[in-house]
Design a protein around this ligand. Structure first.
Ligand code: ADP
Length: 357
């Protein structure tokens, strides 16, 4: 194998030499003919066989020397300006192929190499950086899913063990069975959210745009939480503009309102208020979901749209930190905007802006 490579490089050298030889021979011969003919004409030297043969020999020797010199110069130029950077890139690409995404190639000294190499190197480094962050996301995702699965699974295990005890009263049996059902529902909800998020991120869900009344949709979604707000004695206030027609995917947008409403109720203490409003301007329909609940710090607010992120205040409350990640993805797909304002202990306002056209 090594010998083969050696032969190939010798053949390549000969090939390059031949190119330079033909090139130099052509240029030198043309120049020599021109020079010799002018020179002999001016000095009146006769064009004898002997004179021509000496000139031809000199020219041939010249061609040999010059082409050899050019071949060597070209080989050195190639080695330092092409082969070296290419070898560096190839070696680092090999490392990436083997899973080491921390690799970054140093930019080449510009005088010695073509600027194109630095452009390739820049693209390569960006690619490595992207792959590294995808890898981090992947491992984080697996860690998060496993962590989120552990809690409901251990709850279900505990209730399962309790259910095995003999002489259980009907009341206790029902309570433990409900614990198992709740845990499995929580797991199923999480899986559904993961699948939805996955399909949204992989663009397997294409928005089915229809025209519908946004105010009506908001009211319908809100009414689904009637039991929740009545039980928690939460006051509901609404200010919903009428006949606001919007072109969007109603099912996906419903997902947004459901998540915002369920959070508003989840993070609101008994006796507080949830306010929902719909207004319009020339371009946008603007929905605000405001609560007077626990609120969040700026630090928490900066991460709430990340997958599996749960603020400190929600640690004890049910959830898996996927709701707002889904909301953000849906809003992005529909080219809308979402923002949040919140103060700890005062409350939170989510504002969604959707284009009307
Ligand atoms: P989950 O509700 O399952 O924890 P989300 O993605 O819906 O996940 O929310 C992420 C985090 O954002 C919550 O854990 C909570 O800290 C914060 N959050 C969301 N909505 C509110 C709200 N209305 N009031 C206070 N904090 C909120």
């Amino acid at each position: 194998m090594k010998q083969e490579k050696h032969i190939v490089s010798i053949l390549k050298f000969v090939y390059h030499y031949a190119i330079f030889f033909l090139l130099v021979a052509f240029v030198t011969t043309s120049c020599t003919i021109l020079f010799v003919s002018t020179f002999f004409d001016t000095l009146n030297i006769p064009l004898t066989d002997e004179n021509i043969s000496t000139a031809a020999k000199l020219t041939f020797g010249n061609c040999l020397l010059l082409s050899l010199l050019f071949t060597l110069i070209d080989a050195l130029r190639r080695k330092y300006t092409v082969l070296r950077p290419v070898r560096h890139i190839a070696e680092d690409a090999e490392k990436i192929m083997q899973g080491d995404f921390s690799v970054r190639i140093k930019p080449q000294v510009q005088l010695a190499t073509d600027e194109t190499f630095n452009e390739i190197i820049e693209c390569f480094n960006k690619m490595a950086q992207e792959l590294q962050s995808v890898e981090t996301l992947r491992t984080d995702f697996i860690a998060n899913v496993s962590h989120e699965m552990k809690t409901p699974l251990s709850i279900m295990q505990n209730y399962g063990t309790l259910l095995q005890a003999p002489d259980l009263s009907d009341e206790k049996r029902m309570e433990y069975a409900k614990g198992v059902t709740d845990g499995s529902r929580r797991l199923a909800d999480m899986m559904t959210n993961i699948l939805k998020l996955n399909r949204l991120e992989n663009q397997q869900i294409f928005p089915q745009t229809t025209e519908f009344d946004l105010g009506e949709q908001l009211c319908e979604c809100l009414l689904q939480y009637k039991n929740v707000w009545e039980k928690a004695e939460i006051e509901i206030k609404t200010e919903i503009a009428e006949n606001v027609m919007i072109k969007a995917d109603a099912e996906l947008l419903g997902l947004v309102w459901n998540n915002l409403f369920s959070n508003a109720f989840k993070f609101t203490l008994e006796g507080s208020t949830v306010f929902v409003s719909l207004t319009v301007d020339d371009e946008y329909a603007i929905v605000k979901v405001q609560d007077t609940g626990c609120g969040m710090t700026a630090e928490v607010g900066a991460h709430i749209f990340e997958k599996f992120y749960q603020g400190d205040t929600s640690r004890s409350i049910q959830g898996n930190g996927l709701g707002l990640a889904l909301v953000k993805r849906v809003i992005d797909i529909m080219h809308g905007e979402i923002s949040v304002e919140s103060s700890l202990g005062v409350g939170t306002t989510f504002t969604v802006r959707m284009r009307r056209g």
